[in-house]
Ligand binder design. Structure first.
Ligand SMILES: NC(=O)c1ccc[n+]([C@@H]2O[C@H](COP(=O)([O-])OP(=O)(O)OC[C@H]3O[C@@H](n4cnc5c(N)ncnc54)[C@H](O)[C@@H]3O)[C@@H](O)[C@H]2O)c1
Ligand SMILES: [Zn+2]
Length: 364
């Protein structure tokens, strides 16, 4: 088992990564003294696939478990579902030493983390992420949130978990589309900070896609380390460093939202956004065409989309204007200088953005 320490003073915690470690969750949690009574927040799908393993592991260590399930949908990240969970927890919480376990993908992680951050002004919680995206991205860094009807992630907090436990064995049941979705963020980490990891993805993609456990551990380990470094350097996003995690996200978010969150999963939209960001990077930062080609080839080898269908420049532009990264009408882009090196730039000329979008869009 690998262990990564996230050093954040009195909010420090460990990320445990391995294959088949879900059965040791009870022992690991007990050693970290998180609490005696677990509130397990999950959905029916994850509960059915992997719940028994986790619950029996907790039971063996004398940790009681109360399970609350929410519907398997982004719509569960809503005020209504959060309040319902809070009421359920308050009713259950008498003479107990409770803590929350977020057991699922990023939806469950963000929602359960938000509930943990707000119930009694904050109780301990643990992330046990079960999608690749959640293992390499959303479970690390303490950003928790719910959505409002007007936009995603508008209500939330920075609230670090007590522990993250990533078992790559649970990814065996994950659909290929969801695996590819997570891999878009892995490619992003390579581009922003780590050429060596980018090379690793180039040479091992076939094995990763076949869910080879050793390779999945390497992916989760490297990505967790990279994200941890960024979070430790800029926990509350006050220094501008955490912004580099948004490579591909300015246009990616616009595509995701123009597709009403139905047409593309997040990672698919981000893959398109990264291809476009690389195109702008050629113009603005002399990012080489050879490196642009490497990025395109890697994303294609993952099986991520290579062009936007059905959404044109006008719609993407409209949605970009409404993004929270568009501060006072000024755009902000993370652009690549080389693989492993990025810069944050604002006020990119509209012409550059437009030609990048048009280069990867089949619609007008
Ligand atoms: N907090 C952050 O820093 C951060 C970062 C990135 C994304 N997010 C959030 O994460 C969410 C997306 O997360 P996601 O991509 O994990 O989506 P998700 O949570 O919807 O999970 C995707 C699907 O996979 C299923 N699933 C989960 N584990 C499984 C398993 N082991 N086997 C089979 N199926 C499984 C889920 O039930 C769901 O149907 C969004 O709400 C996004 O805003 C948060
Ligand atoms: Zn993302």
């Amino acid at each position: 088992m690998k262990r990564i320490r996230v050093n954040l003073k009195n909010r420090s915690y460990s990320i445990h990564i391995g294959s088949g470690i879900l059965k040791d969750a009870g022992k690991i949690l007990k050693a970290e003294l998180v609490g005696r009574d677990a509130i397990l927040i999950t959905n029916d799908k994850v509960k059915k696939l992997h719940g028994r393993m986790l619950i029996s592991s907790l039971k063996r260590q004398g940790i009681s478990t109360k399970v609350f399930t929410v519907p398997d949908s982004e719509r569960s990240k809503s005020p209504a579902v959060a309040v319902r969970l809070l009421e359920d927890i308050a009713r259950y919480d008498t003479m107990k030493n409770i803590f929350i376990i977020a057991f699922g993908g990023g939806v469950i992680g963000d929602l359960a983390g938000f509930v943990a951050a707000t119930y009694k002004r904050g109780i301990p919680y643990v992330q046990i992420p079960t999608t690749l995206l959640a293992q390499i991205d959303s479970s690390i860094g303490g950003k928790v949130a719910i959505d409002l009807s007007i936009g995603k992630n508008l209500v939330g907090a920075y609230y670090q978990p007590k522990l993250v436990l990533s078992d790559v064995a649970v990814l065996q049941t994950l659909s290929m589309r969801q695996l590819r979705n997570g891999l878009a963020e892995a490619v992003k980490y390579g581009v922003i900070l780590d050429e060596k990891f980018f090379n690793f993805l180039e040479t091992h993609m076939a094995a990763i896609l076949s869910k080879n456990q050793k390779n999945l551990i390497a992916v989760v380990n490297e990505c967790s380390r990279i994200k941890k470094d960024v979070v430790v350097a800029d926990e509350f996003e006050t220094k501008g460093l955490r912004t580099i995690l948004n490579f591909g996200h300015t246009l990616g978010h616009a595509i995701e939202s123009a597709g009403k969150y139905k047409l593309y999963h997040h990672g698919e939209a981000i893959a398109l956004g990264m291809r476009m960001a690389a195109h702008i990077s050629h113009q603005v930062l002399n990012f080489s065409h050879q490196n642009g080609q490497r990025l395109n080839n890697l994303l294609t080898s993952v099986g991520l989309p290579s062009s936007v269908k059905r959404i044109g420049w006008a719609a993407i532009y409209q949605h970009m204007l409404h993004d929270k990264k568009f501060i006072c009408g000024k755009n902000k882009f993370v652009l690549a200088k080389q693989i492993g090196k990025v810069r944050i730039l604002d006020g990119i000329k509209l012409n550059y953005i437009k030609s990048a979008v048009k280069a990867y869009s089949l619609a007008n």
